[in-house]
Design a protein around this ligand. Sequence first.
Ligand SMILES: Cc1cc2nc3c(=O)[nH]c(=O)nc-3n(C[C@H](O)[C@H](O)[C@H](O)COP(=O)(O)O)c2cc1C
Length: 211
Amino acid sequence: MMRRIIVAVCVVMLTAGVAFAETVKLPDPDKSGTMPLTEALTLRRTTREFSGEDFSAQELANLLWAAGGVNRPDGRRVHPVAMGLQDTSIYVFKSDGVYRYDAPSNSLELVAEGDHRQETGRQDFVGKAAVNLAYVHDMSLWEYSRAPRDLVAKWGFAHTGAILQDVYLYAAAMGWNCVVRGMFDTDSLARLMKLSPTQSITLIQTVGKRP
Ligand SMILES: Cc1cc2nc3c(=O)[nH]c(=O)nc-3n(C[C@H](O)[C@H](O)[C@H](O)COP(=O)(O)O)c2cc1C
């Protein structure tokens, strides 16, 4: 009986077009040195020209680790977060799809198939750069906290600020180009990314190789 129910549920899900999650494991991030931090700080800047070349899996793994990877055995991350709550996720728009970066498992979860990079903004370069990283803040993790909601929303932007500066510095160290962006269509992106009402995009950052 139970087997029949499971089969029936699967058939209904497939008929309704519900896709099963696809997970892509990333290579271990390469944490060997790049350039001195002070040199990267000197080179940190916004640049808007991109070659159109994709990142290799290794390059992407390294970039995402710098953005929001785990850097301690207890699971804490490269960037600081208020009260230790990991309420900010990184979504990756690349040439073959939109993915959510799962830092603890160092993997990408498919959210939408296909190239949606140009949908992350009106500026032409966003469809050409290797990746657009959309930072998503989730209020739901604070449901049982006494922290005031207006403060939590500000903390979400602080988390994004820490991530985006790490990405700017990593891009500078690698000789890549990078720009953070505050102008995008929140509603259509939220639909594409299947965000819940408690999730919102704070900023989007475009990163790619130089022409
Ligand atoms: C919150 C925020 C939003 C931004 N939005 C955009 C944007 O939508 N498009 C863009 O091309 N640059 C955007 N920028 C990049 C700024 O224009 C850039 O950081 C500024 O000109 C200073 O240059 P610098 O980053 O080289 O110091 C944004 C920067 C920040 C911090």
